[in-house]
Design a protein around this ligand. Sequence first.
Ligand code: HEM
Length: 463
Amino acid sequence: MNETPSDNIIQRMRARLWPNGLPRDDRGRMRLVVNNLILHIHPAKVSMRAMRWTYTWGLGGLAAMLLVLLGSTGILLEINYTPSAPQAYLNILELRSNVWFGELIRNVHHWSANLLVVVTVLHLLRVFFTGAYRPPRETNWLIGVGMLLLVLGGNFTGYLLPWDQLAFWAITVGTSVLTYVPLIGDALGRLLLGGPEVSGATLLNFYSLHISFIPLAIFGLMSFHFWRIRKDGGLTNPRGVDETEKVKLERVTTIPHLVRRELVYALVWLAAILVWAMLVPAPLEGIANPDLSPNPAKAPWYFLGLQELLLHFHPLVGAIIIPAAFFIGLALLPFYDVAAENVGVYFRSHRGRSLTVLATGLSLVSTPLWVALDEFVLHWADWLPAWPSLVSNGLVPLAVVALGLILMDEWVKDSFKATVEERVLFLFTFLFVAIFILTIIGIFFRGPGMSLYWPWAMPVVSH
Ligand code: HEM
């Protein structure tokens, strides 16, 4: 048979790619395919130091694994689910009693989704504390912020699907915030809820978002995220504060060094999630009843920091202005903290480390103090009765808090001679810890009527 020019090209390519010839046995071919797949995601070589366990804590990879786990268990759950009320609730009951491994699959899906929120936030913190958002990684940081919002959106839309009391009221409280969006709030609320309040139409809307748009967008962005890591030259290179530029970059091949670690890490987490899911069932209360509101009615746990803000500020300020300012500030971080030094160094420098501890300590003390003061002492609306609530209960306390932050920043700048990057580190650490404390207060210390309350004692009556 005559060789055509294209046969010739293929043979030359083969000889270049596989100088020892293509594997002839099935195992060899399979290994080739898998290796090829891995090298589509990872570069062929990685820096030994970037692979250090104590640098990334494997958090990005864990988030990716959880997304895959959620996708696969989600598909299985969908087989036995109808997004209509009350059928959805009956389906969940049936899943628990009549479907092989139904309850286990639901538990794995539920706990993985909650874990994903925690892991995504921790991954963001690791990137933040190592300054890994700075140029050229600003695009990846922005993609990350988008993914965080989608992860929260995925959790929130999934929360309603069991159609029990917990789901119904958490979503009712969570979506009530939308009405405070200026101008378009009402329309936005109606569009999302499919009417004026949470109903069967909301269930269908949330289901559609939960199984189509949100997973597609997350997996699309995740692919982009991974591609960008490679385009940006791999991960930032971690350095201890005492190491100098002289420390050589040691690189090893991805297969088997990185892949083996990833596999062990993923298997350990998978086993832990499975055991947890076998022991701890996902919550399910009675069927949704719009006439019977629980007391207190709380949003899903990851929005309880936001709900706590609503107790202290006018809703426009607490639910819209503060969260929007925080997320815009977070997204724009790589555009005002552009220092090329100390990228890949936890907490930037020795002084940065001390400032991080200081910011954490200050926030741990001042956030609960502010909550207690505002609950029992500061009666803004009573003190400024002639002013509209937006001003007396919103802009005035906001101005007080903003002034406190500005004064703190000035103090850090003057007393510690902190650079811009260290001041950014201080401020955001303070804010992250504040959000954490507000969330803890919302979860554990708000009782009936959303009053402050010791979970182990009787509720405290407040104004
Ligand atoms: C579901 C969400 C996410 C997944 C699956 C994911 C996945 C990953 C993976 C696997 C890595 C490399 C390994 C590592 O750093 O742990 C990485 C790096 C990175 N991620 Fe994410 N990520 C997610 C969310 C985020 C978020 C919320 C941010 C920030 C807002 C972010 C920003 C970055 C940046 C800037 C890098 C490069 C870090 C460096 O070069 O050191 N990611 N991500």
